[in-house]
Write a protein that binds this ligand. Structure first.
Ligand SMILES: [Zn+2]
Length: 183
């Protein structure tokens, strides 16, 4: 639920090749002309998962996280080691179900992205410490446009958790703090 460069705004894995009408045109034809209703999505998320689904609560509130307007982390939690999302609100659970965020290929991809992020952040800390600022900058740039950018943002959000130092190690904590400060 957070994307890198030209990535699907739902799964974060594939290239965004389609434009999804977040609020389906069948629900509200005029929303077809609202710019913020046009989200970049991959054809699988758009055509196989979400389609025209737009679940609402009994009071009429949409039960999908809008990644343009809301912070997905208010509704979702990611287990970094397994790549599994869980909901922390009814909206979070509905979002996982409608967008198929529990697809096994996505979970495997996020788990591998976690390994990749840790490795790159450790390398970044070394380059930074040893004054190789150009190498350090290239690492950060590539980190922010990789698939599954949501994994990196989930790590940033954990940086102040109790036990984060044990989980991540000193160099990764240093790198995540820098990213957090820059955000
Ligand atoms: Zn997708």
């Amino acid at each position: 639920m957070a994307s890198g460069f030209s990535r699907c705004m739902y799964c974060g894995d594939s290239q965004g090749t389609d434009i999804d009408h977040f609020k389906p045109i069948v629900e509200d034809p005029l929303s077809a002309f609202v710019w913020t209703n046009h989200l970049l999505a991959c054809s699988h998320c758009n055509s196989n998962e979400k389609r025209d689904r737009y679940p609402c609560s009994a009071s009429g509130e949409c039960l999908l996280v809008d990644p343009c307007a809301e912070d997905p982390w208010d509704h979702l939690v990611l287990t970094l080691s397994t790549g599994e999302y869980a909901g922390v609100t009814p909206k979070g659970w509905a979002t996982i179900e409608v967008f198929g965020l529990g697809r096994p290929d996505l979970e495997r991809g996020r788990a591998k992205a976690y390994v990749r992020c840790k490795s790159m952040l450790r390398d970044w800390a070394v380059q930074e410490r040893e004054g190789r600022s150009e190498d350090a900058r290239e690492i950060i740039e590539s980190l922010t446009v990789q698939p599954f950018a949501d994994v990196l943002y989930a790590m940033v959000r954990r940086v102040d958790d109790p036990g984060a130092l044990t989980v991540f190690g000193r160099d990764i904590i240093y790198a995540l703090k820098k990213i957090e400060d820059a955000a």
